[in-house]
Design a protein around this ligand. Structure first.
Ligand SMILES: [Zn+2]
Length: 331
C-alpha cells in the first residue's frame, strides 16, 4: 500500500512519501539520529509542565519509544478485549496484523462470538485520551525567520500567506496582482487549512528531505504549465531560508477523531504484534503522519534543530549539506 503524507503550514510544509510506512530502512533507529538526540536533551517531565494543565495526565506518546506507551496500552487492551480473543490473536503471525484494516482482530472476535472491533475501538480510543496527553511529532520547514513560530505557533496554510510568500520569494519581480491571481487559481485542496506532522524525524531527513531543502511544496501549485517559472521557483527556494525540524508535543485534544482512531488502531496492533508467537523478523520504525486543522500553539513546540545533512531526492539522491545549523532561536 502506498502512503502519501503532505504537510503544509504558513512558511513551511512537509511531504512524506514512502512505498509504505514501513518500507524504508530505519535499522539505525530513531534514537541514533543526531538531531533527535540533540532535541531530547529537554526530555523528562520538566518540559511537559510548560504546556500541561494541572490534573492532566503527564504522558506523551513517543512512537520511537515503546516504553512510553506499552504499559498503558496493555491495560487498555486487556480491559477491552476478552482473554480468549487475545489467546487467538497470539497465534497470528505479527506480519499479518495490519492496523489499517484490523481484519486480524475482527476475525478473532467473530470466531469467539464477540462484538466487532468497530464497537471496541471507540472505548479504547476514549481510554487512550484519558491515559495520554500528547503525541511527540515533527514538522519540517524552511523559514527565513523562526520568530512567527515562537510567537504564533505552527499555523495552517492560507492563500493570503502564500501570496506574501510567493511575492517575497521572487523579490517583487512578479507583480502582486499576478501573484494574487496565480494563488487564487491554485489547487490547494489537500493543503489549505492544515498543518502536517510526522512522528519519525528520519522520514523528513532521510526520505522526504525536500521539505527541509526547499520549504513549502504548495509553491509548486502556482506555476501550472509554466516550466520556466516552476524551475525558477525551486531554484529560489533552495537558496532561501533555514532548514528547520520542529519537535512538538501535539496535544491529543487537538488531534481530530479520525486520526485518533487510527492512532488507537496502530498502538493496539503494535502491542498485539509484540505478543505474537510469530514475531516479525525485522524491527521497523513506526511512522504516523497526521494533520491538524488549527494552529499548534508555540508552547507545544518542544525544540528545533537544523539538520546538517539531508537526503535530496530532487537531486539524484545526493546529500544536501546545510550550512546553517544554528540560528538566533537555537537554545
Ligand atoms: Zn535554530
Amino acid at each position: 500500500m502506498s502512503l502519501l503524507f503532505v504537510a503544509e503550514g504558513a512558511g513551511d510544509d512537509l511531504r512524506l512519501q514512502s512505498a509504505s510506512a514501513r518500507a524504508f530502512d530505519c535499522k539505525a533507529g530513531p534514537n541514533d539520529y543526531p538531531a533527535q538526540r540533540e532535541m531530547h536533551r529537554c526530555e523528562g517531565l520538566a518540559w511537559l509542565s510548560r504546556f500541561l494543565s494541572p490534573g492532566f495526565p503527564c504522558m506523551v506518546i513517543d512512537l520511537s519509544k515503546r516504553a512510553s506507551w506499552e504499559r498503558s496500552i496493555a491495560k487498555i487492551v486487556h480491559r477491552h478485549i476478552p482473554g480468549k480473543v487475545l489467546e487467538a490473536v497470539h497465534k497470528i503471525p505479527a506480519a499479518r496484523m495490519h492496523y489499517d484494516t484490523m481484519l486480524y482482530l475482527d476475525a478473532s472476535l467473530q470466531a469467539a462470538g464477540e462484538t466487532p472491533a468497530s464497537w471496541l475501538l471507540p472505548k479504547m480510543q476514549t481510554a487512550l485520551s484519558r491515559n495520554f496527553s500528547a503525541l511527540r511529532a515533527y514538522h519540517a520547514c524552511k523559514p527565513v525567520s523562526l520568530a512567527s513560530y515562537y510567537e504564533q505557533g505552527i499555523v495552517p496554510l492560507t492563500r493570503n500567506w502564500l501570496v506574501e510568500e510567493a511575492f517575497s520569494l521572487f523579490g517583487g519581480t512578479i507583480p502582486l496582482p499576478e501573484i494574487e491571481s496565480l494563488v487564487a487559481k491554485a489547487d490547494l485542496s489537500i493543503r489549505k487549512g492544515l498543518v502536517w506532522f510526522a512522528t519519525n524525524p528520519n522520514e523528513l531527513t532521510n526520505i522526504a528531505g525536500h521539505y527541509l531543502i526547499m520549504g513549502p511544496e504548495c509553491m509548486n501549485c502556482l506555476w501550472d504549465g509554466d516550466k520556466q517559472r516552476f524551475g525558477e521557483s525551486q531554484r529560489r527556494q533552495r537558496q532561501r531560508g533555514i532548514p528547520t525540524l520542529f519537535e512538538c508535543a501535539v496535544p491529543l485534544a487537538e488531534i481530530g477523531c479520525d486520526y485518533k482512531r487510527e492512532l488507537t488502531k496502530l498502538l493496539v496492533t503494535e502491542y498485539l504484534k509484540g505478543l505474537s508467537e510469530t514475531p516479525e523478523t525485522e524491527e521497523w520504525a513506526i511512522e504516523f503522519g497526521f494533520s491538524l486543522r488549527r494552529a499548534l500553539r508555540p508552547e507545544h513546540i518542544v525544540g528545533h534543530t537544523h539538520p546538517a545533512v539531508i537526503y535530496d531526492s530532487h537531486n539524484h539522491g545526493v546529500d544536501y549539506h546545510n550550512q546553517t545549523t544554528r540560528c538566533q532561536w537555537c537554545r
